[in-house]
Design a protein around this ligand. Structure first.
Ligand SMILES: [Ca+2]
Ligand SMILES: [Ca+2]
Ligand SMILES: [Ca+2]
Length: 463
């Protein structure tokens, strides 16, 4: 099943992450320098996708200034509208120092159709662009000429500072096309002065219209963790625009941004077996003590006919018992009940699983983790009317955790279900009402760090 794997508790977790991200962006730039106490080295690696079928952005390796810049041949404009008379690049004068004026300058330059390498040489000379910044062209809209994809400083920056700084010099991605500046990743209003310099990750067709789309990225770092933020720019079906659609974004500003902490790998591969390239990223760990020990995850972002959306999120199996429970819950929420049952059983019986202490000692986390799994194992058989198997797990809970809220809840669930004509949602309602009045239903599972799901009484019986 290629369904969306975002579950309720995981959404809450993601919200925490996005809220943290927003918090860090808005309020804590000064903390960026405080790297002393980090538990997990963020050290995100941003290697280009290692696949042969990915077209990586070209590199401007030749000396751009070695090419004469005045001799560009203006191309004939398309019929119809009158276009301004192209001005040769050499006659334009140097790029202005103001971003608004630079947009005009780039528009005029684009009309002259110069080679892009000398153009970028001029932009570097004017301190608008660092030496290794994106300077690429690709025909995104299927109409000649190709669009320019340029990574530029927010303002001319002759001395960008230490390259070792976790915060790079701020910048933006501009795409220049026939109608002017057709796209800016951040834009003048929201450009992040504390982010790292943005980059072009890959050019590939993710939408199936046989025109390249541009995956662009900017990285923003907080005290402990760097977040990679991506947009995917396409002309599919119309104007050049970012085509990402995030289902249930934590904040409205993130509705069209793919964001992941501590990205370890980026790939452009067909992960969904529809012969169309997808954007696949792995990572996800927040390197702060308060986030707890987390599961890395992998996301597949794929074209759905209208937008690039999250096709799949898979959590790694870390070998921790409580993480196995989270993975079982994810399968349960996906209604993959056979997989969920197998995972819940292994939470209880797998001798190789590790315990995790967080605020509570490991033994306490273990006990509540097994109880939660035990309750779900008593619940799941009732979906197919298997009272014998449900009772078996109720008895197990009664022996191992006598009179605990979850043990009592399992007994109440089965009894109510038998008496109410096998109405499972109604039985769950009754159980939830009971649990709402109990203390310590899920114990330490309520807070295993903000990077982990939160499990509370109302999550126990969610029908
Ligand atoms: Ca074009
Ligand atoms: Ca495309
Ligand atoms: Ca695909």
């Amino acid at each position: 099943m290629s369904g969306n794997r975002v579950t309720t508790e995981e959404n809450l977790t993601m919200k925490s992450r996005y809220n943290l991200l927003l918090f860090l962006i808005l309020a804590l730039p000064a903390l960026a320098c405080n790297l002393v106490n980090q538990l997990v080295e963020p050290a995100p690696t941003f290697a280009p996708p290692p696949t042969a079928d990915t077209q990586l952005p070209g590199e401007a390796t030749s000396d751009p200034m070695a090419t004469p810049i005045g001799g560009s041949t203006p191309q004939p404009t398309t019929e119809g509208e009158a276009s301004p008379t192209p001005v040769a690049l050499g006659d334009l004068g140097p790029p202005p120092e103001d971003a608004v004026a630079l947009a005009d300058w780039l528009n005029q330059a684009y009309q002259a159709r110069p080679d892009i390498l000398p153009l970028c040489g001029i932009l570097r000379e004017a301190a608008w662009m660092p030496p290794d910044a994106a300077c690429d062209q690709a025909d995104l809209d299927g109409e000649e000429p190709p669009e320019w994809i340029l990574a530029l400083y927010l303002e001319p920056t002759p001395d960008p500072g230490s390259a070792d700084s976790i915060q790079g010099p701020p910048g933006d991605i501009w795409i220049v096309g026939a109608t002017g500046i057709v796209y800016r990743m951040l834009g003048p209003e929201s450009a992040d002065p504390f982010g790292q310099f943005p980059e072009l990750v890959a050019l590939d067709d993710l939408t199936g219209d046989e025109q390249d789309d541009a995956i662009v990225r900017y990285v923003t770092c907080g005290a402990h963790t760097c977040y990679s933020n991506y947009e995917i720019v396409s002309a599919h079906g119309g104007a050049i625009r970012n085509v990402i659609d995030v289902d249930e974004p934590a904040v409205p500003e993130m509705a069209d941004v793919i964001s992941m902490p501590t990205v370890q790998q980026e790939q452009v591969i067909d992960a969904t077996d529809d012969e169309l390239a997808d954007f696949v990223i792995s990572g996800g760990l927040i390197g702060s003590a308060g986030a707890g020990i987390q599961r890395p995850y992998r996301e597949v972002w794929a074209w759905d006919g209208t937008a690039v959306t999250l096709a799949e999120r898979e959590w790694e199996d870390t070998g921790y018992r409580v993480h196995r429970l989270y993975n079982a819950n994810a399968a349960f929420d996906e209604e993959e009940y056979d997989e969920a049952r197998a995972l819940y059983e292994s939470v209880i019986v797998d001798p190789a699983l590790q315990e995790m202490a967080f605020i509570a000692p490991a033994e306490e986390v273990r006990a509540y983790t097994r109880q939660f799994a035990g309750f779900r194992l008593a619940l799941l058989p009732l979906l197919r009317g298997d009272i014998t198997e449900a009772t078996r797990w109720q008895n197990w809970l009664g022996q191992e955790y006598a009179n605990s809220p979850l043990s009592n809840a399992a007994a109440m669930l089965i009894e109510t279900w038998q008496q109410n004509g096998n109405n499972l949602p109604a039985a769950c309602d009754q159980v939830s009402s009971y649990l709402a009045g109990q203390a310590d239903v899920t114990g330490p599972l309520e807070d295993m760090g903000y990077g982990n799901p939160t499990l509370v009484a109302e999550d126990v019986c969610p029908f």
